[in-house]
Design a protein around this ligand. Sequence first.
Ligand SMILES: NC(=O)CCC(=O)C(=O)O
Length: 265
Amino acid sequence: MKLSIYQMEILPGDPQGNFKKVSAWVEKEVQNSKPDLIVLPEMWTTSYTLEDIHIHADENGKDTLPFLQTLAKTYRVNIIGGSFANKVNGKVFNTAPVINREGEVVYQYDKVHLVPMLNEPKYLAGGQKVPEIFELDGVKMGVIICYDLRFSEIIRPLALEGAEVLFIVAEWPLARLNHWKNIQITRAIENQMFVVSCNNVGAYDGVTFGGTSMVVNPWGDTLIQGSEKAEETLSISINVEETLEVRKKVPVFSSRVRHLYKQGL
Ligand SMILES: NC(=O)CCC(=O)C(=O)O
């Protein structure tokens, strides 16, 4: 499976400008590397312009979803559509859409864990459902949004349900870059899955975002890593069957002693 990750510098509060950027990037990337799947960062239509988010948010995804669906259908490419400010019944959610090559929205996830360090709880509403598995090209996958990475309790169930790839769409600050890198590697090792992340670069309102988008294999090796500051594309092929090999070598899942664990996990 060939992946292209857009480590993007988002234009703050300018959804139309960001649509243009993404459209031009996808067109170029499809010509350059013919990916099976592309990945965008968190809140890529607006960035963290939270004070004005009610103005910039997209009502029920009426602009963002058709935009991504048209790209997917035109280029026959699967899209992990980062996330966008999605206004539903007057509340703004941080919503991650997943679109298949046919242009169908196969899954949508509203960020459950709102990040206090970026003031999300003041401006956004939290999703009420933990992430679920979806399939693209017959591969089971999951998607989480940035701060969610710190909560292993929503990631383990995805692995137990057979996810082989976990996507993290993010706007993760440079200030906590060591957490970003190390937790991704940990999640890949403990769940024996690929971890694929897409972070942004640039700064907004005094916060500098740290790039360093990554692809980590189920053994915990970092296969590719973006720089901290530059807008760039990470392009790489992964073999999802490696997940099975690692799970055979170190059979963590069959060694579990479930009846002793709390929460029935
Ligand atoms: N956008 C985010 O969720 C940032 C998360 C973060 O800053 C952290 O976990 O640290």
